[in-house]
Design a protein around this ligand. Structure first.
Ligand code: GLU
Length: 503
């Protein structure tokens, strides 16, 4: 055996044993672990929840039941590395199991901790409810710095973690389905899917144990761009409502608006690329770990991203001014601020200096509860994370359906649609005695492929969710902002699940 298992809260377990299924019980922590006087990430999410729950008339204790993280499993496993053992700590939190499977990414980060994983799991429950994805909420993390390991070592660590989760039902197509998050990508998901397949070769739905996989391993087209694409679709829908745009002190559509982006990872890159290339948004600054680059005429995001891939950062990018220490650039004047990095970036320390009119939360939890209150008082409109970045889990849902149905979207109907479109063109030409132009013919005869269907389903999801949230905000006096409206929607949906079954 090449590994040592020491799961906290569990007896030392045989790595092949299926016996020990207990989860450590959730114990609320009052101690502030993160930012001096700022509440922890989990406390921030809970306060946002409480603010929304206070506007509802729920059966006694139900709000607590929904808000509470049902369980969190912590594992410390030894991995044989570089001639010795290294003990690695990981978590998988199950926030709400009102629907199964529970869903949520796995993060690899040196700062990962249990509070953070619980907060992120809670956001997953609310996110899924808001965009009508029939999953409960979960999240996982490994406390490692991926850059410290070779690819081979990361694969070894990922496979060990997968085995730990799999034998406790914490990775399973019907119970708990991880996905990529910060520090992980389709590469890690491929290792997880393969490890699961080796452990359970007879599970016909095995590919559905994880989403965000490469297309060659049961993934779906459009998943990598999905969170950024969902941010684009969500913000576009906001701009379709002139009265909402006006409430932010703006007019018109997205074209010509200025945007400051924090984080050029998967989400920040895709969202800012789509906004600048497809909607005419001017990205005037991008903040990264090694400082910020600024160009008031607009940055070329694709070129900047290539520069980041080549050099590891944004410093030295030509055609832009570079400043060390990017945090103050969050306060730069702009129409839209897009935090796409991580939690706790806009706090009571810098909230008063933020000049953006809209904060579009592409990351999870970028604005703390206190900052949220003061920004709201100043009339800054926040488009909340639990809605705006739900594109990832939405397309994960499509991928999971694809895995369970064992067929790619569009396979049965694409050519049939083409034939119908061609017949329509012929009928029009015959009736009017004129040839339909090539471009119209092309549009009419095109059957939808998987990517087209995925984007269409995502667009529909984001539009529907925005309209539901905006309607709650408009129609209920006690609901003062979009975040509270999003939480109200989530709480009502989850409460309905609980009240329509026995607790
Ligand atoms: N990690 C992503 C999120 O925070 C995606 C989760 C998923 O697809 O399950 O929403």
């Amino acid at each position: 055996m090449d590994s040592v298992i020491n799961s906290v809260g569990l007896a030392r377990a045989d790595s092949l044993g299926f016996t020990d299924l207990r989860l450590t019980q959730y114990t609320p922590k009052t101690q502030n672990m993160q930012n001096g006087n700022e509440p922890t990430f989990r406390e921030n999410v809970d306060r946002m929840f409480d603010r929304a729950a206070a506007t509802l008339d729920l059966p006694m204790g139900l709000a607590d039941q929904i808000r509470t993280c049902n369980g969190v499993y912590q594992v410390k496993f030894g991995v044989e590395l570089r001639g010795g053992y290294q003990v690695i700590t990981g978590w998988r939190a199950l926030h709400s199991e009102h629907q199964l499977p529970v869903k949520g990414g796995i993060r690899y980060a040196y700062f990962a901790n249990q509070e953070e994983v619980e907060a992120l799991a809670a956001l997953m429950s609310y996110k899924c409810a808001i965009v009508d994805v029939p999953f409960g909420g979960s999240k996982g993390a490994l406390r490692i710095r991926p850059k410290d390991y070779t690819e081979e070592e990361l694969e070894h660590i990922t496979r060990r973690f997968t085995a730990e989760l799999a034998k406790r039902g914490l990775i399973n197509p019907g119970l708990n389905v991880p996905a990529p998050d910060m520090g992980t990508s389709e590469r890690e998901m491929a290792w997880m899917a393969d490890e699961y397949h080796q452990l359970f070769p007879n599970d016909i739905n095995g590919f559905g144990c994880v989403t965000g996989k490469p297309v060659s391993m049961g993934g779906i087209l459009g998943r990598t761009e999905a969170t950024g694409r969902g941010v684009q679709f969500g913000l576009r829908e906001f701009f379709r409502h002139p009265e909402d745009v006006k409430s932010a002190g703006l007019t018109g559509d997205l074209g010509g608006k200025t945007m400051v982006v924090q984080g050029l990872g998967n989400v920040g890159y895709h969202a800012s690329k789509f906004f600048s290339e497809e909607d005419g948004v001017k990205i005037t600054a991008v903040i990264e770990r090694d400082g910020a680059v600024i160009n008031d005429d607009g940055l070329n995001i694709e070129a900047l991203y290539q520069h980041k891939l080549d050099t590891g950062g944004v410093k030295g990018f030509s055609g832009a001014q570079h400043v060390e220490g990017g945090a103050p650039v969050l306060e730069k004047e702009c129409d839209i601020l897009l935090p796409a990095a991580m939690e706790g970036q806009i706090t009571q320390k810098n909230a008063d200096r933020i000049q953006a009119k809209i904060i579009a939360e592409a990351a999870n939890g970028p604005v703390t509860f206190n900052a949220d209150q003061s920004l709201r008082d100043r009339g800054v409109v926040i488009i909340p994370d639990a809605f705006l970045n739900a594109g990832g889990v939405t397309v994960s849902y499509f991928e999971w359906i694809k895995n369970l149905s064992h067929i790619r979207f569009g396979r049965m109907e694409r050519r049939y649609e083409e034939a119908k479109g061609r017949a329509l063109v012929e009928a029009i030409e015959e009736a009017v005695g004129k040839k339909v132009s090539d471009s119209i013919t092309q549009r009419l005869i095109q059957g939808a492929d998987e990517l087209t269907l995925v984007r269409s389903g995502l667009d529909d999801t984001m539009r529907e969710a925005y309209n539901t949230i905006a309607e709650i905000h408009r129609s209920r006096d006690a609901v003062e902002d979009l975040r509270t409206a999003a939480f109200v929607l989530a709480i009502e949906k989850i409460a309905h699940c609980y009240t329509s079954m026995e607790l």
